[in-house]
Design a binder for this molecule. Structure first.
Ligand code: UDX
Length: 430
C-alpha cells in the first residue's frame, strides 16, 4: 500500500518507519524542512531506540520511506495517517490548530482526487474531535463525502517512549474506530503483518479508549503513591506491598512503582485534557481523575519537604539533582518532575547542581538561569549538601557513589538497605 503520514514527530516517524519496514511505501509530510532533510538522509530527528537504524535502512537502501514538505504528494497515496501534535492550552484543554490545519490541507488535496482515499488519525484527540472537527473540515475543503468518497478512521497509538519501535511491531492491541466499514477493512489490511488482537469499533469509542488507557495508567501510579504515603506513616515498605498486590492477576505488577509521580508528554497532558473536556464540555467534572492529578502534583514536591526536614532552610544549600528526563533512556523533559522540583529549589534560594546523561540540553532550554550543569553524577555529588535522585538512570544505581552523603531517592533507584550502610538515605515515600 502507498501511505502518507502527516507529521514527522515521535508518533508519525515511528509509525512511518514501522509501516515501511512491513513493506509499505511511505511518505512523511512535515512542514519542517530540517526534519524532512534529516529523514531523507536516514537520520532520525528524535532520540528513540532503534529508529536511526530503521530509517537509514529504509530511506537510503530500500527507498521505501521518504519525506517531503508538499501536501500534494498525498494524491498518489491510498491512505493518510494524521500524526500531528496536540499540545496543551494553558487551561489544560488540547490545542487543535495542527489537527485543523492537517484536515484542511488534506481536504484541499483530496478535492482533486477521483478515487477512494482513507484518512486515519493517530494523534490523541478528545472524544468527538473526529466527528466535530476533522470530518467537517475534510468535507468542506474536498467537496467530497466522508464515509463514502473519503474513508474515516481513528486509530490510536499506545507507544511508550524508549520502547516505541518494539511496541509498534508487537502492540498489545490494534484499535480501529471506523466511520465506514471499507475504511476499517483497509486499516486492518495495513496492519495485517502485525500479530495483535484487533478491536473494531466506532470512532468516538476509539478516541475514548486512548484517553481511558492513559487515565488508567496514571491512576495506577497515583494509587500506589497514595498507598506509599500511608505505608510510610506505618513504617511499611510500599515496594513489599506492591509485590504482594501483584500476585493478584486482576491487579498485575505493572505501573506500581511508587516515587515522585508521572511526567512526560502524554500522561499529564492527556489527563488534564480529559478532566477539562469532561468538566467543561461533557457536563461531568470527574472527581477521581482530578484527584489523580492532585496526588501527582503533591508527590513530586515531597522530595523538597524531606530535603528541608534534613537541611533546614534551603537558601544557599548546594543540592545535586540527578536526572532531568521524565524517565530514564530518553532526553525528553516535557512535564518532567525534575523541572518542577528545580524551579521550586531555585525559588527557595538553593544552589542547584544538575546532571542527566541525555537531557541536559533540553533542560537548559526550559529552565531559568542559575542552574549549574555538571559533567557527571560524581561531579554533581561532590561538594553538595544533599542529593536528590529524580530519574532512575542505570548509572545512578550504584550505592558507592554516595559515601557519607545525604541522599533522597525519588525513584527507588537504590536498594535502601545497602544505601543506608553507606549514606544518610531516605526514600521519598518508603
Ligand atoms: C505513556 C504510556 O505508557 C503510553 O502507552 C502512551 O502512548 C504515552 O504515554 P510514556 O510517556 O513514554 O508512555 O511513559 P511511561 O513509560 O508510561 O511513564 C510515564 C511516567 O510515569 C514516567 O514519568 C514514569 O517515571 C512514571 N511511572 C511509570 C511511575 O512513576 N511509576 C510506574 O510504576 C510507572
Amino acid at each position: 500500500m502507498i501511505i502518507s503520514v502527516i507529521g514527522a514527530g515521535y508518533v508519525g516517524l515511528v509509525t512511518a518507519a514501522g509501516l515501511a519496514r512491513n513493506g509499505h511505501s511511505v511518505i512523511c509530510i512535515d512542514v519542517d524542512d530540517l526534519k524532512v532533510n534529516a529523514i531523507n538522509q536516514g537520520v532520525s530527528p528524535i532520540c528513540e531506540a532503534g529508529l536511526d537504524d530503521l530509517l537509514s535502512s529504509l530511506t537510503s537502501r530500500s527507498g521505501r520511506l521518504r519525506a517531503s514538505t508538499a501536501y500534494r504528494e498525498i494524491l498518489d497515496t491510498d491512505l493518510s495517517l494524521i500524526c500531528v501534535g496536540t499540545p496543551s492550552n494553558s487551561d489544560g484543554s488540547i490545542n487543535l490548530r495542527h489537527i485543523r490545519d492537517a484536515a484542511k490541507r488534506i481536504g484541499q488535496v483530496l478535492g482533486s482526487k477521483k478515487s477512494y482515499h482513507v484518512v486515519a488519525t493517530r494523534s490523541t484527540i478528545i472524544p468527538g474531535t473526529t466527528k466535530d472537527v476533522i470530518i467537517p473540515l475534510l468535507a468542506k475543503y474536498s467537496g467530497r463525502k466522508p464515509g463514502k468518497d473519503i474513508g474515516i478512521v481513528y486509530n490510536p497509538e499506545f507507544l511508550q517512549e524508549g520502547k516505541a519501535v518494539q511496541a509498534f511491531f508487537s502492540p498489545d492491541r490494534i484499535i480501529i474506530g471506523e466511520l465506514d466499514k471499507r475504511a476499517g477493512n483497509l486499516l486492518a489490511k495495513v496492519y495485517g503483518d502485525i500479530e495483535a488482537p484487533v478491536f473494531r469499533t466506532d470512532i468516538t469509542t476509539a478516541e475514548m479508549i486512548k484517553y481511558a488507557s492513559n487515565a488508567f495508567l496514571a491512576t495506577k501510579i497515583s494509587f500506589i503513591n497514595e498507598v506509599a504515603n500511608i505505608c510510610q506513616k506505618l513504617g511499611v515498605d510500599v515496594y513489599d506491598v506492591a509485590k504482594g498486590l501483584s500476585f493478584d492477576y486482576r491487579i498485575g505488577d505493572k505501573f506500581l512503582s511508587a516515587g515522585i509521580g508521572f511526567g512526560g508528554s502524554c500522561l499529564p497532558k492527556d489527563l488534564r485534557a480529559l478532566v477539562y473536556a469532561s468538566a467543561n464540555r461533557f457536563g461531568y467534572p470527574p472527581p477521581l481523575l482530578k484527584a489523580v492529578l492532585d496526588v501527582n502534583k503533591a508527590q513530586a514536591l515531597k522530595i523538597i519537604d524531606i530535603a528541608e526536614r534534613k537541611l533546614g532552610d534551603l537558601d544557599g544549600k548546594r543540592i545535586a539533582v540527578l536526572g532531568l528526563a521524565f524517565k530514564p533512556n530518553t532526553d525528553d523533559v516535557r512535564d518532567a518532575p525534575a523541572i518542577r522540583i528545580i524551579r521550586v529549589l531555585l525559588e527557595k534560594g538553593a544552589l542547584v547542581k544538575a546532571y542527566d546523561p541525555e537531557a541536559m540540553q533540553n533542560a537548559r532550554n526550559v529552565l531559568p538561569g542559575g542552574v549549574e550543569y555538571c559533567t557527571s553524577a560524581a561531579d554533581a555529588i561532590a561538594s553538595s549538601d544533599c542529593i536528590l535522585i529524580v530519574t532512575e538512570w542505570a548509572e545512578f544505581r550504584d550505592e558507592n557513589l554516595y559515601q557519607s552523603k545525604i541522599v533522597i531517592d525519588g525513584r527507588r533507584a537504590l536498594d535502601p538497605r545497602k544505601a543506608k550502610a553507606v549514606c544518610d538515605y531516605q526514600g521519598v515515600c518508603w
